[in-house]
Design a protein around this ligand. Structure first.
Ligand code: GDP
Ligand code: MN
Length: 402
Protein backbone atom coordinates (compact mmCIF):
# COMPACT_ATOMS: atom_id res chain seq x y z
CA UNK A 1 0.00 0.00 0.00
CA UNK A 2 1.38 3.32 -1.05
CA UNK A 3 1.27 6.21 1.41
CA UNK A 4 0.56 9.84 0.67
CA UNK A 5 3.37 12.28 1.30
CA UNK A 6 1.67 13.70 4.39
CA UNK A 7 1.20 10.19 5.82
CA UNK A 8 4.84 9.28 5.17
CA UNK A 9 5.86 12.50 6.85
CA UNK A 10 3.75 11.70 9.91
CA UNK A 11 5.51 8.35 10.28
CA UNK A 12 8.91 9.96 9.65
CA UNK A 13 8.26 12.64 12.23
CA UNK A 14 7.22 10.03 14.81
CA UNK A 15 10.54 8.32 14.09
CA UNK A 16 12.40 11.55 14.90
CA UNK A 17 13.15 12.65 11.34
CA UNK A 18 12.80 16.45 11.05
CA UNK A 19 10.01 17.54 8.67
CA UNK A 20 8.68 21.04 7.93
CA UNK A 21 5.61 22.29 9.82
CA UNK A 22 2.54 21.72 7.68
CA UNK A 23 -1.27 21.53 7.44
CA UNK A 24 -3.37 19.25 5.25
CA UNK A 25 -6.24 21.11 3.60
CA UNK A 26 -9.07 20.42 1.17
CA UNK A 27 -10.27 23.93 0.34
CA UNK A 28 -8.69 27.23 -0.78
CA UNK A 29 -9.94 29.06 2.31
CA UNK A 30 -8.37 26.46 4.60
CA UNK A 31 -5.16 26.75 2.57
CA UNK A 32 -5.16 30.48 3.12
CA UNK A 33 -5.67 30.09 6.84
CA UNK A 34 -2.99 27.40 7.06
CA UNK A 35 -0.53 29.61 5.20
CA UNK A 36 -1.26 32.47 7.60
CA UNK A 37 -0.56 30.19 10.58
CA UNK A 38 2.66 29.01 8.99
CA UNK A 39 3.94 32.54 8.35
CA UNK A 40 2.82 33.16 4.77
CA UNK A 41 5.86 31.87 2.93
CA UNK A 42 4.76 28.35 2.02
CA UNK A 43 4.90 25.52 -0.51
CA UNK A 44 1.64 23.85 -1.61
CA UNK A 45 1.88 20.21 -2.60
CA UNK A 46 -0.78 18.12 -4.32
CA UNK A 47 -1.42 14.90 -2.39
CA UNK A 48 -1.59 12.16 -5.01
CA UNK A 49 -0.18 8.64 -4.91
CA UNK A 50 2.48 9.36 -7.52
CA UNK A 51 5.95 10.81 -7.71
CA UNK A 52 7.21 13.45 -10.09
CA UNK A 53 4.66 15.98 -8.90
CA UNK A 54 7.19 18.81 -9.03
CA UNK A 55 7.65 18.44 -12.78
CA UNK A 56 3.92 18.01 -13.35
CA UNK A 57 3.00 21.31 -11.68
CA UNK A 58 1.89 19.70 -8.42
CA UNK A 59 4.30 21.66 -6.19
CA UNK A 60 3.73 25.44 -6.06
CA UNK A 61 5.30 28.14 -3.90
CA UNK A 62 3.34 31.04 -2.41
CA UNK A 63 4.72 34.15 -0.72
CA UNK A 64 1.52 35.26 1.02
CA UNK A 65 -1.60 33.67 2.48
CA UNK A 66 -3.71 35.15 -0.33
CA UNK A 67 -1.42 33.65 -2.92
CA UNK A 68 -1.62 30.28 -1.12
CA UNK A 69 -5.42 30.34 -1.43
CA UNK A 70 -5.06 31.09 -5.13
CA UNK A 71 -2.59 28.22 -5.68
CA UNK A 72 -4.78 25.81 -3.71
CA UNK A 73 -7.68 26.71 -6.00
CA UNK A 74 -5.48 25.81 -8.95
CA UNK A 75 -4.41 22.44 -7.48
CA UNK A 76 -7.64 21.20 -5.87
CA UNK A 77 -9.95 19.47 -8.27
CA UNK A 78 -7.20 19.33 -10.86
CA UNK A 79 -5.38 16.27 -12.17
CA UNK A 80 -1.71 15.59 -11.43
CA UNK A 81 -0.03 12.58 -13.03
CA UNK A 82 -3.46 11.31 -14.02
CA UNK A 83 -4.80 11.41 -10.47
CA UNK A 84 -7.45 13.74 -9.02
CA UNK A 85 -6.15 16.12 -6.33
CA UNK A 86 -8.42 15.96 -3.28
CA UNK A 87 -6.05 17.39 -0.69
CA UNK A 88 -3.11 19.75 -0.57
CA UNK A 89 -0.29 19.90 1.95
CA UNK A 90 0.53 23.47 2.91
CA UNK A 91 4.04 23.53 4.27
CA UNK A 92 6.38 26.22 5.53
CA UNK A 93 8.97 26.87 2.86
CA UNK A 94 12.43 25.58 3.67
CA UNK A 95 15.66 27.18 2.60
CA UNK A 96 17.71 24.67 0.68
CA UNK A 97 21.52 24.69 0.37
CA UNK A 98 21.49 21.32 -1.38
CA UNK A 99 19.20 18.36 -1.89
CA UNK A 100 20.00 14.73 -1.05
CA UNK A 101 18.34 11.39 -1.68
CA UNK A 102 18.14 8.65 0.95
CA UNK A 103 16.13 5.50 0.43
CA UNK A 104 15.54 2.00 1.75
CA UNK A 105 14.07 -0.67 -0.51
CA UNK A 106 14.17 -4.35 -1.37
CA UNK A 107 16.87 -5.43 -3.77
CA UNK A 108 15.16 -8.26 -5.65
CA UNK A 109 18.43 -9.63 -7.03
CA UNK A 110 20.20 -9.67 -3.68
CA UNK A 111 17.03 -10.72 -1.84
CA UNK A 112 17.91 -8.21 0.82
CA UNK A 113 17.13 -4.73 1.95
CA UNK A 114 19.31 -2.10 0.36
CA UNK A 115 19.98 1.40 1.67
CA UNK A 116 20.98 4.01 -0.90
CA UNK A 117 22.07 7.63 -0.60
CA UNK A 118 23.10 10.19 -3.16
CA UNK A 119 22.41 13.61 -4.60
CA UNK A 120 18.67 14.37 -4.58
CA UNK A 121 16.08 16.52 -6.31
CA UNK A 122 13.47 16.09 -9.01
CA UNK A 123 15.86 14.65 -11.59
CA UNK A 124 17.17 11.63 -9.70
CA UNK A 125 13.95 9.68 -9.33
CA UNK A 126 14.40 7.80 -12.60
CA UNK A 127 18.04 7.09 -12.00
CA UNK A 128 17.70 6.52 -8.26
CA UNK A 129 20.08 3.91 -6.94
CA UNK A 130 21.59 3.41 -10.39
CA UNK A 131 23.83 6.42 -10.77
CA UNK A 132 27.52 6.12 -10.01
CA UNK A 133 27.24 8.85 -7.39
CA UNK A 134 24.97 6.68 -5.31
CA UNK A 135 26.32 4.77 -2.35
CA UNK A 136 24.51 1.50 -1.72
CA UNK A 137 24.70 -0.98 1.13
CA UNK A 138 22.73 -4.17 1.51
CA UNK A 139 21.64 -4.92 5.05
CA UNK A 140 22.10 -8.20 6.86
CA UNK A 141 18.68 -8.70 8.48
CA UNK A 142 20.26 -10.22 11.59
CA UNK A 143 22.59 -7.28 12.07
CA UNK A 144 20.41 -4.39 10.92
CA UNK A 145 21.94 -1.07 10.01
CA UNK A 146 24.57 -0.12 12.59
CA UNK A 147 25.31 3.61 13.03
CA UNK A 148 28.76 3.30 11.45
CA UNK A 149 27.17 1.99 8.25
CA UNK A 150 24.81 4.96 8.19
CA UNK A 151 27.77 7.33 8.68
CA UNK A 152 29.65 5.57 5.87
CA UNK A 153 26.69 6.22 3.54
CA UNK A 154 26.38 9.83 4.70
CA UNK A 155 30.08 10.65 4.52
CA UNK A 156 30.10 10.78 0.73
CA UNK A 157 27.31 13.35 0.71
CA UNK A 158 28.00 15.89 3.41
CA UNK A 159 30.52 17.07 5.95
CA UNK A 160 30.64 17.94 9.64
CA UNK A 161 27.41 18.57 11.48
CA UNK A 162 25.27 17.90 8.41
CA UNK A 163 26.94 14.51 7.98
CA UNK A 164 25.94 13.46 11.48
CA UNK A 165 22.37 14.65 10.82
CA UNK A 166 22.17 12.79 7.51
CA UNK A 167 23.50 9.61 9.13
CA UNK A 168 20.88 9.99 11.86
CA UNK A 169 18.11 10.31 9.26
CA UNK A 170 19.34 7.21 7.40
CA UNK A 171 19.22 5.18 10.63
CA UNK A 172 15.72 6.43 11.44
CA UNK A 173 14.45 5.80 7.92
CA UNK A 174 15.66 2.20 8.17
CA UNK A 175 13.87 1.91 11.55
CA UNK A 176 10.67 3.24 9.94
CA UNK A 177 11.01 0.75 7.08
CA UNK A 178 11.28 -2.15 9.53
CA UNK A 179 8.62 -0.95 11.98
CA UNK A 180 5.88 -0.58 9.36
CA UNK A 181 6.81 -3.56 7.14
CA UNK A 182 7.65 -1.20 4.30
CA UNK A 183 8.93 -2.44 0.96
CA UNK A 184 10.18 1.05 0.17
CA UNK A 185 10.82 4.22 2.16
CA UNK A 186 12.48 7.17 0.56
CA UNK A 187 13.24 10.81 1.28
CA UNK A 188 13.80 12.95 -1.79
CA UNK A 189 14.76 15.61 -1.29
CA UNK A 190 16.36 15.52 2.10
CA UNK A 191 17.22 19.20 2.23
CA UNK A 192 20.41 20.42 3.86
CA UNK A 193 19.75 23.98 5.01
CA UNK A 194 22.34 26.77 4.85
CA UNK A 195 22.73 26.30 8.62
CA UNK A 196 23.68 22.62 8.22
CA UNK A 197 20.37 21.24 9.49
CA UNK A 198 18.49 18.58 7.53
CA UNK A 199 14.78 18.48 6.71
CA UNK A 200 12.76 15.79 4.90
CA UNK A 201 10.85 17.73 2.21
CA UNK A 202 9.29 14.69 0.56
CA UNK A 203 8.69 11.22 2.00
CA UNK A 204 7.42 8.27 0.00
CA UNK A 205 6.59 4.89 1.52
CA UNK A 206 5.14 1.65 0.28
CA UNK A 207 3.99 -0.94 2.79
CA UNK A 208 3.87 -4.69 2.22
CA UNK A 209 0.23 -5.56 1.45
CA UNK A 210 0.65 -8.97 3.05
CA UNK A 211 1.63 -7.33 6.35
CA UNK A 212 -1.24 -4.83 6.49
CA UNK A 213 -3.30 -6.96 8.83
CA UNK A 214 -0.71 -6.53 11.54
CA UNK A 215 -0.09 -2.86 10.72
CA UNK A 216 -3.72 -1.82 10.61
CA UNK A 217 -3.89 -0.77 14.27
CA UNK A 218 -0.57 1.03 14.19
CA UNK A 219 -1.62 2.94 11.06
CA UNK A 220 -4.95 3.84 12.61
CA UNK A 221 -3.07 5.77 15.29
CA UNK A 222 -1.92 8.04 12.44
CA UNK A 223 -5.40 8.11 10.88
CA UNK A 224 -4.05 6.18 7.88
CA UNK A 225 -6.76 3.88 6.47
CA UNK A 226 -5.91 0.64 4.69
CA UNK A 227 -6.82 1.19 1.03
CA UNK A 228 -6.02 0.27 -2.53
CA UNK A 229 -3.13 1.66 -4.53
CA UNK A 230 -5.18 4.02 -6.64
CA UNK A 231 -6.17 5.78 -3.42
CA UNK A 232 -9.83 4.76 -3.43
CA UNK A 233 -11.54 2.93 -0.60
CA UNK A 234 -12.43 -0.74 -1.32
CA UNK A 235 -15.97 -1.27 -2.64
CA UNK A 236 -18.52 -3.19 -0.59
CA UNK A 237 -17.97 -6.27 -2.76
CA UNK A 238 -14.19 -6.01 -2.37
CA UNK A 239 -14.54 -5.64 1.40
CA UNK A 240 -16.76 -8.69 1.64
CA UNK A 241 -14.42 -10.73 -0.55
CA UNK A 242 -11.53 -9.80 1.75
CA UNK A 243 -13.62 -10.96 4.73
CA UNK A 244 -14.27 -14.29 3.02
CA UNK A 245 -10.55 -14.65 2.39
CA UNK A 246 -9.72 -13.83 6.00
CA UNK A 247 -12.35 -16.20 7.36
CA UNK A 248 -10.18 -19.23 6.61
CA UNK A 249 -6.44 -19.49 6.11
CA UNK A 250 -6.78 -22.37 3.68
CA UNK A 251 -6.45 -21.36 0.05
CA UNK A 252 -6.41 -18.00 -1.61
CA UNK A 253 -9.67 -16.40 -2.61
CA UNK A 254 -8.47 -12.94 -2.96
CA UNK A 255 -7.18 -9.88 -4.70
CA UNK A 256 -10.73 -9.11 -5.68
CA UNK A 257 -11.13 -5.95 -7.73
CA UNK A 258 -14.59 -4.89 -8.86
CA UNK A 259 -15.23 -3.80 -12.44
CA UNK A 260 -18.33 -2.63 -14.26
CA UNK A 261 -18.84 -5.58 -16.62
CA UNK A 262 -21.21 -8.55 -16.63
CA UNK A 263 -18.95 -11.64 -16.54
CA UNK A 264 -18.06 -12.86 -13.04
CA UNK A 265 -14.58 -14.37 -12.87
CA UNK A 266 -13.16 -17.03 -10.57
CA UNK A 267 -9.73 -17.55 -12.03
CA UNK A 268 -6.53 -19.33 -11.09
CA UNK A 269 -3.95 -17.22 -9.30
CA UNK A 270 -0.73 -15.63 -10.50
CA UNK A 271 0.08 -15.27 -14.18
CA UNK A 272 -2.81 -17.52 -15.22
CA UNK A 273 -5.41 -15.11 -13.83
CA UNK A 274 -3.83 -12.17 -15.61
CA UNK A 275 -3.72 -14.17 -18.84
CA UNK A 276 -7.37 -15.16 -18.53
CA UNK A 277 -8.40 -11.61 -17.70
CA UNK A 278 -6.57 -10.31 -20.79
CA UNK A 279 -8.10 -13.05 -22.93
CA UNK A 280 -11.62 -12.10 -21.81
CA UNK A 281 -10.94 -8.48 -22.76
CA UNK A 282 -9.37 -9.45 -26.07
CA UNK A 283 -12.44 -11.46 -27.04
CA UNK A 284 -14.57 -8.43 -26.29
CA UNK A 285 -15.90 -9.51 -22.88
CA UNK A 286 -16.46 -7.18 -19.94
CA UNK A 287 -15.37 -8.63 -16.57
CA UNK A 288 -17.44 -7.82 -13.49
CA UNK A 289 -14.46 -8.49 -11.26
CA UNK A 290 -10.97 -9.84 -10.97
CA UNK A 291 -10.49 -12.61 -8.40
CA UNK A 292 -7.72 -15.11 -7.88
CA UNK A 293 -8.51 -18.56 -6.57
CA UNK A 294 -5.89 -21.15 -5.69
CA UNK A 295 -3.80 -22.76 -3.03
CA UNK A 296 -6.48 -25.39 -2.38
CA UNK A 297 -9.32 -23.33 -0.93
CA UNK A 298 -12.02 -25.01 1.13
CA UNK A 299 -15.45 -25.77 -0.27
CA UNK A 300 -16.90 -23.06 1.98
CA UNK A 301 -14.48 -20.46 0.73
CA UNK A 302 -15.27 -21.14 -2.94
CA UNK A 303 -18.96 -21.32 -2.09
CA UNK A 304 -19.01 -17.93 -0.34
CA UNK A 305 -16.97 -16.29 -3.07
CA UNK A 306 -19.11 -17.75 -5.89
CA UNK A 307 -22.25 -16.56 -4.15
CA UNK A 308 -20.82 -13.07 -3.66
CA UNK A 309 -19.59 -12.62 -7.25
CA UNK A 310 -22.65 -14.13 -8.93
CA UNK A 311 -25.09 -12.14 -6.76
CA UNK A 312 -23.65 -8.83 -7.89
CA UNK A 313 -26.33 -6.87 -9.77
CA UNK A 314 -25.68 -6.86 -13.50
CA UNK A 315 -23.70 -10.12 -13.56
CA UNK A 316 -25.01 -12.38 -16.33
CA UNK A 317 -22.46 -15.18 -16.53
CA UNK A 318 -19.60 -16.89 -14.73
CA UNK A 319 -16.22 -18.19 -15.85
CA UNK A 320 -14.18 -20.52 -13.64
CA UNK A 321 -10.89 -20.87 -15.44
CA UNK A 322 -7.63 -22.19 -14.05
CA UNK A 323 -4.38 -23.47 -15.42
CA UNK A 324 -3.37 -27.03 -14.53
CA UNK A 325 -2.82 -26.64 -10.79
CA UNK A 326 -1.70 -29.60 -8.75
CA UNK A 327 -2.10 -27.78 -5.42
CA UNK A 328 -5.81 -27.09 -5.82
CA UNK A 329 -8.33 -29.91 -5.70
CA UNK A 330 -10.74 -29.71 -8.59
CA UNK A 331 -13.42 -31.64 -6.67
CA UNK A 332 -13.41 -29.10 -3.81
CA UNK A 333 -13.64 -26.18 -6.21
CA UNK A 334 -16.48 -27.95 -8.06
CA UNK A 335 -18.41 -28.56 -4.81
CA UNK A 336 -17.97 -24.96 -3.66
CA UNK A 337 -18.99 -23.69 -7.05
CA UNK A 338 -22.25 -25.68 -7.16
CA UNK A 339 -23.17 -24.75 -3.59
CA UNK A 340 -22.42 -21.06 -4.24
CA UNK A 341 -24.55 -21.04 -7.39
CA UNK A 342 -27.46 -22.63 -5.55
CA UNK A 343 -27.04 -20.08 -2.71
CA UNK A 344 -27.27 -17.31 -5.28
CA UNK A 345 -30.37 -18.85 -6.83
CA UNK A 346 -28.67 -19.71 -10.11
CA UNK A 347 -29.61 -22.96 -11.83
CA UNK A 348 -26.31 -24.36 -13.03
CA UNK A 349 -27.80 -26.77 -15.56
CA UNK A 350 -27.06 -25.65 -19.07
CA UNK A 351 -30.26 -26.54 -20.94
CA UNK A 352 -32.58 -24.67 -18.60
CA UNK A 353 -30.14 -22.05 -17.41
CA UNK A 354 -30.12 -18.62 -18.94
CA UNK A 355 -27.01 -17.94 -16.88
CA UNK A 356 -24.00 -19.14 -18.91
CA UNK A 357 -21.22 -20.85 -16.98
CA UNK A 358 -17.88 -21.98 -18.38
CA UNK A 359 -15.70 -24.18 -16.18
CA UNK A 360 -12.18 -25.01 -17.32
CA UNK A 361 -10.37 -26.82 -14.51
CA UNK A 362 -7.56 -29.35 -14.43
CA UNK A 363 -5.41 -30.78 -11.68
CA UNK A 364 -5.66 -32.92 -8.56
CA UNK A 365 -8.83 -35.00 -8.11
CA UNK A 366 -10.07 -33.79 -11.45
CA UNK A 367 -12.03 -36.96 -12.24
CA UNK A 368 -14.00 -36.58 -9.01
CA UNK A 369 -14.49 -32.92 -9.83
CA UNK A 370 -15.79 -33.65 -13.32
CA UNK A 371 -18.14 -36.28 -11.85
CA UNK A 372 -19.64 -33.67 -9.50
CA UNK A 373 -20.05 -31.16 -12.32
CA UNK A 374 -21.69 -33.83 -14.51
CA UNK A 375 -24.11 -34.75 -11.73
CA UNK A 376 -25.22 -31.15 -11.49
CA UNK A 377 -25.33 -30.63 -15.22
CA UNK A 378 -22.51 -28.10 -15.41
CA UNK A 379 -20.57 -28.28 -18.65
CA UNK A 380 -16.82 -28.37 -18.19
CA UNK A 381 -13.65 -28.23 -20.26
CA UNK A 382 -10.55 -30.20 -19.37
CA UNK A 383 -6.88 -29.56 -20.17
CA UNK A 384 -7.37 -30.47 -23.83
CA UNK A 385 -9.00 -27.05 -24.16
CA UNK A 386 -6.85 -23.95 -23.71
CA UNK A 387 -7.65 -21.21 -21.23
CA UNK A 388 -8.05 -18.93 -24.24
CA UNK A 389 -10.75 -21.18 -25.72
CA UNK A 390 -12.57 -21.10 -22.41
CA UNK A 391 -12.32 -17.30 -22.28
CA UNK A 392 -13.74 -17.03 -25.79
CA UNK A 393 -16.53 -19.46 -24.93
CA UNK A 394 -17.79 -17.42 -21.97
CA UNK A 395 -17.64 -14.18 -23.96
CA UNK A 396 -19.64 -15.71 -26.83
CA UNK A 397 -22.17 -17.38 -24.53
CA UNK A 398 -22.71 -14.14 -22.62
CA UNK A 399 -23.18 -12.21 -25.83
CA UNK A 400 -25.63 -14.78 -27.24
CA UNK A 401 -27.91 -14.14 -24.25
CA UNK A 402 -28.08 -10.39 -24.92
P1 GDP B 1 7.95 15.21 -6.27
O1 GDP B 1 8.29 15.94 -7.53
O2 GDP B 1 6.60 14.55 -6.36
O3 GDP B 1 9.00 14.28 -5.81
O4 GDP B 1 7.73 16.34 -5.15
P2 GDP B 1 8.75 16.92 -4.06
O5 GDP B 1 8.02 17.01 -2.79
O6 GDP B 1 10.03 16.16 -4.04
O7 GDP B 1 9.00 18.38 -4.55
C1 GDP B 1 9.69 18.66 -5.76
C2 GDP B 1 10.69 19.78 -5.55
O8 GDP B 1 10.07 20.92 -5.01
C3 GDP B 1 11.79 19.45 -4.54
O9 GDP B 1 12.84 18.70 -5.11
C4 GDP B 1 12.24 20.82 -4.11
O10 GDP B 1 13.23 21.32 -5.00
C5 GDP B 1 11.00 21.67 -4.25
N1 GDP B 1 10.47 21.88 -2.89
C6 GDP B 1 9.61 21.11 -2.18
N2 GDP B 1 9.42 21.63 -0.95
C7 GDP B 1 10.19 22.75 -0.88
C8 GDP B 1 10.45 23.75 0.12
O11 GDP B 1 9.96 23.71 1.24
N3 GDP B 1 11.29 24.74 -0.21
C9 GDP B 1 11.87 24.86 -1.44
N4 GDP B 1 12.69 25.87 -1.71
N5 GDP B 1 11.67 23.94 -2.40
C10 GDP B 1 10.84 22.91 -2.12
MN1 MN C 1 10.28 14.00 -4.28
Amino acid sequence: MRLYEHEGKALASAEGIPVPRSRLVASPSDAEEAARELGGDVVLKAQVLAGGRGKAGGVLAAATAGEAGEMARRLLGGIIRGLPVRAVLVEERAEIAHELYVGVAIDEAEKRTVVAAGPGGVDVEDAAALGAQFARRTVDPFVGLPPFRARELASGLSRGRAMAHVAGVIGKLYALYRRYDATMAEINPLAVTPGGEVLALDVRCELDDDALSRQEGRLRAFAIPVRLDDGREPTELERRAAEIDRSDHRGVAGRVVEFGGDIALLIGGGGASLTVFDAILRHGGRPANYCEVGGNPTVRKVQALTRLLVSKPGVRSLAVIMNVVSNTRVDLVARGLIKGLLDAGVDPRVPSGCFPIVVRLAGSWEDDGYGILDQCGVRWLDRTHTMDEAARAIVELTRSRE
